[in-house]
Design a protein around this ligand. Structure first.
Ligand SMILES: Cc1cc2nc3c(=O)[nH]c(=O)nc-3n(C[C@H](O)[C@H](O)[C@H](O)COP(=O)(O)OP(=O)(O)OC[C@H]3O[C@@H](n4cnc5c(N)ncnc54)[C@H](O)[C@@H]3O)c2cc1C
Length: 462
């Protein structure tokens, strides 16, 4: 049951807290004005409400299905048309540089797009989220040849991307990665098993581009010995044409608490043809480009799910009658929204959603500034704020998302706990936020041991 209404006014308010107008004055964004941003967000809000949100509960019920005979993964049928709308509307490339076919809008606006998409269907949203993170990595670290062959297809959403870090023995501690990459002429061969790979295999895109952390022969045994390899599901020739199937196979799709329609895959790489991305043994540094982009994209799932849970709980509270509020006439049963305890829960949901949105958008604004401020000192300062805010935004917004969804169940009472209401899905879908993209415990360690000591505990200057 979807009741999502895109909260454009609240989102514009959050963009203002992140100082959208100042961002639009930077030379990089001189072709964009506030009215364009507002119009794009309003149009996207209409699109996701009408075309994406109706696929959300269907996706949860049907899930993405693995066929053990063919080794293929099928997403719910309804996703194909919904995704086509996303691609044909050009929404996946809105915040990418125009030189590669994007619209060149600030990444801050891209975060607002991500928020609305995840409110409408968080499982589906993870496909473009991972692809966009992979695009960022290739923009920063890919060779000109790689950019030319892969970026146009990935930016348009024709091909998807994945981030392949986790292994059975290597979760938070990536230094334990055992996947190997061996040189083979001008290419590499990747062998190993990766687990929990989001959208690791599926039938939604023509090709899937895996960015895999692996160790080369003789490399240091810890995280300093890792490099990134690009492994396409289907090989790609010199002009970007798709060819034969590569030797990467999906062994299983995980059954899990939530995100049923997002295929979480165990992938086996068997001497798969691969290309090095970025410097040899520079894998962790290169992958952090992708992980930091993904961290804010995951952070925004907090307010995404919070918003839709709040709207749904509020709607229910305006229709359900139980008991009598203090102000009700003797003969009336009251709407539950009249009870102070229900109001307390709804207001808590509302303020936590607003606050977590502001925090994530603030960080996203600093990310644009760190790239595009004219003055090098301003760029460095913005980078410092971004580094400080990223673990806070990721951990607080995702933890808060779970709390808001849980309150949504409480507002609805027993029916909230029943799957038919849809609120239970919000709670299940939100639960992964504090786990993936570095657990919230790891974010806390990053904040306390790396970010806060940077100026001996003092904040960066205003
Ligand atoms: C649905 C889903 C999708 C995912 N998608 C992807 C993906 O696309 N790509 C990918 O590579 N991975 C993906 N992952 C993996 C995810 O990033 C890991 O699950 C996560 O990093 C935690 O690793 P782990 O599960 O091995 O837990 P562990 O590392 O075993 O951690 C277990 C517990 O110990 C704590 N802990 C671990 N080390 C420390 C420490 N040094 N100090 C304090 N506490 C510590 C953790 O915080 C946690 O509470 C996904 C996982 C899921 C469930």
């Amino acid at each position: 049951m979807s009741t999502y209404r895109a909260p454009i006014a609240d989102i514009m308010g959050a963009l203002d807290v992140a100082d959208l107008d100042a961002l639009l004055r930077l030379p990089q964004f001189k072709h964009v004005d506030r009215a364009t941003v507002h119009a794009a967000l309003a149009e996207f809000g209409r699109f996701v409400t009408e075309q994406i949100a109706p696929t959300d509960m269907l996706g949860d019920i049907r899930g993405s299905v693995f066929d053990p005979v063919t080794g293929s993964v099928a997403v719910p049928d309804e996703f194909h048309q919904a995704y086509r709308g996303l691609v044909e509307g050009g929404w996946t490339s809105l915040a990418f540089p125009s030189e590669w076919g994007g619209d060149g809008l600030p990444g801050l606006v891209g975060i607002a797009i991500q928020e609305m998409l995840a409110s409408a269907n968080v499982s589906l949203s993870l496909n473009p989220t991972l692809t966009q993170s992979a695009v960022e990595l290739l923009l920063v670290s890919g060779s000109e040849n790689q950019k030319r062959r892969f970026l146009p297809h990935m930016m348009t959403g024709a091909w998807s991307g994945t981030m392949d870090l986790t292994e059975p023995g290597a979760g938070s501690d990536l230094g334990e990665i055992r996947t190997v990459a061996e040189p083979d002429g001008d290419r590499w061969r990747v062998t190993g098993t990766k687990v929990f790979i989001t959208w690791g295999d599926h039938n939604l895109n023509e090709n899937i581009i895996h960015l895999v952390l692996a160790r080369t022969p003789g490399a240091p045994p810890d995280s300093r010995g890792l490099s990134i390899f690009l492994v396409p599901k289907h090989l790609v020739d010199d002009v970007g044409q798709v060819g034969d199937r590569n030797t990467v196979t999906c062994l299983r799709v995980e059954r899990k608490v939530g995100l049923h329609a997002s295929p979480t895959c165990v992938l086996e790489f068997d001497k798969a043809t691969a290309e090095l991305v970025g410097p040899l043994h520079g894998g962790m540094h290169t992958m952090f480009t992708m992980m930091n982009v993904a961290r804010l994209a995951i952070a925004v799932q907090g307010p995404s799910i919070g918003e839709v849970a709040y709207q749904q709980a509020l709607d229910y509270a305006h229709t359900r009658r139980q008991g009598k509020s203090a102000s009700a006439a003797d003969s009336d049963r009251s709407l539950i929204v009249k009870h102070p305890d229900v109001q307390r829960m709804l207001l808590t949901m509302r303020v936590l959603t607003l606050a977590s949105r502001l925090l994530v958008y603030l960080a996203a604004g600093y990310r644009d500034r760190a790239r595009y401020e004219i003055d090098a000192n301003d760029r460095a300062l913005a980078q410092e704020y971004l580094a400080l805010l990223t673990p806070v935004a990721k951990a607080w917004a995702t933890g808060t998302g779970v709390q808001i969804a849980s309150l949504g169940i409480q507002v609805m009472g027993g029916i909230g706990y029943v799957e038919e209401s849809g609120m239970a899905q919000r709670w299940r879908d939100s639960r992964i936020g504090p786990i993936y993209e570095g657990t919230n415990g790891i974010q806390a360690i990053d904040l306390v041991t790396r970010k806060i000591p940077h100026r001996d505990g003092a904040p960066p200057p205003d």
